[in-house]
Each structure stands twice: as structure tokens, then as C-alpha cells.
Design a protein around this ligand. Sequence first.
Ligand SMILES: NC(=O)C[C@H](N)C(=O)O
Length: 324
Amino acid sequence: MKTILILHTGGTIAMSQNEDGGVAPNSANPLDTFKNPFIGKLNLITEDVFNLPSPHIGPAEMLILEKRILQAASENIDGVVVTHGTDTLEETAYFLDLTVPNDFPVVVTGAMRSANEIGSDGLHNFQTAIQTAASDEAKNKGVLVVMNDEIHTARYVTKTHTTNVATFRTPTFGPIGLVTKNRVLFYEQLLLNDYHPIEHVVNHVYLIKAYAGMDPEILEFMDNEETNGIVIEALGAGNLPPRVLPAIKKLLARKIPIVLVSRCFNGIAQEVYSYNGGGIQLSNLGITFCHGLNGQKARIKLLVGLSANLSTTELTDFLSDAVS
Ligand SMILES: NC(=O)C[C@H](N)C(=O)O
């Protein structure tokens, strides 16, 4: 019989609505009422790692989860399910994707409606996440996010709606599988990445968004000893207003890595334009293009690469997905 380790971290899936209509954490996790339909088929081990709304979760908590999952590799665990708030779920899932090996499936899930709200999706998502973690086919696919019967990669999934239960989407590429009542079905293969188990996390890795007429001051504020790295969600295919270029050059002269993604919801940032501030010029200056990730994922990737002490070349290859 397979053993699935369940790590609860909080989020709406562990919350209830109170009499005033506000949604807040409970002292007892509503998922403890889950009537296990897998009795006799799966052995479930449950641990309450945190009980936090996901806006309270950051790299320090992600590191605790990474270490717990790395330890599970020596405990005859066949799969891991992490329950998590949806606001930062994609960042924790991608952090784990970049830091734990693919020895067994790791599936992250959450809920959009708390336990006592009509149409609550928590128990259903929890059950389908367990089904997926127990599936042989879920092995070697990287960390997966299962929500609303769909299976997404941690690498590309993103939260797209503030309240809808179908909020998790994979722009450009789509989900890689689905969960039905009796089956876990994958219909896409995933290109696997390098992973880097890390012992600590660096701080002061910033994420900013470009906009028409972007003010250079925002970058000038980051020109100091503390800054470890910057991700910019650039315009279109990967371009910036020329007025920020002097500040960018100063940051690069300080050897602060600058990573570029697009602020567009779909598509990939690429070196296309050779005009002033265009992607070709930015790349020639030494900005690294991170192809296909959104801003928050690119920030997690930069943070993991810096925390793993990668050399400048290794970091550039890691961020731009160059195959060595
Ligand atoms: N649906 C949710 O889980 C949202 C909640 N604010 C959280 O991320 O903790």
C-alpha cells in the first residue's frame, strides 16, 4: 500500500467563514473531517506544518517545507500533498519544484471557498490531490498543482481570478492533465529542470513592473549594498523605456543580476527589438531573459539560484534555461 505524506500549511482550505462573513483560520483544521475514501488503499500521514494565510508565507517557510520533503525521501514515502493558501501557492510550488528531486510526486493544492461556505472546493481538491500524488504517472513530472480537477505544472501555473474556483490556469501552454472520478490522466510531457537543494535563502531579491514612462528612481533606490537581485516585468516581448537605462547600467556595473520577463499574461520574453530600450539592447547590456516564467516565478528562480551560490555563468544558464 502506498504512503502519502500530507503537509498542511493553512490558507482558505483550512479556514471557515465566521458570523460576520469574514473568512479566517480555525484552531482545528477542517480537513481533519475528511472521510478518507482511500482506506485500505492508501496510508495517509498528516502533519500540520503551519496554519498560515498564504500572504504570511515567504521563502523562510518555503525552506522549511523543502527540508521536510527532502527528509521524506528516507522515510518510504510514495507521494506528498501540500495544502496551501492560493495567493502565493504558485510561488511555494515553484520553490519546491526548483529545490526537491523528482523521486516521488509532490502535489500542491488549496481552495477558493472556505470549509463552511456553499460550494466549498476544499475537500474535493484535497481528494484529487491525494489521487494524483498516489498515481504512478505523476512521478518525474516536477511539482504539480491540482485544483478544480486540473493538473498544472508548478513552473507555469498562475492564479488568474480573485474568487473563481477555476482560478488556476497555465497561460500559453495549458494544463498537463486532469483528474476524473477514477483516473489521473496526463496528456503532456514536461521538460524537467535542474534542481538545487538549498540550506538557506538570501533576501533582498526584488520584483518590479515596467510601465509607460517608468520612473528611473524605483531602480535608483535599489542601487545599494543590500540588493541581491532584481526581476523586472518588462513591456511586451521584453522592452523597457529608455529613461531607465542609466539606472540599469549602474546596477549591472555593481554585478547585481537583473532578470527580465514580460508583464504580458501570455507568451515568452525574447530579444526581438534593437531600438533603444529594446530587448536586444537589454540583453547586450547583460540583462538575463527568463523565457516563459511570470515575474513572481522568475523571482523565486533567481532567489533559489543565488541561495545555491551558483556562479555568474551558472546563474545565467539556470535562469535562461540553457542546457549545458
Ligand atoms: N483562497 C485562498 O487560499 C486565499 C487566501 N487569502 C490565502 O492565500 O491564504
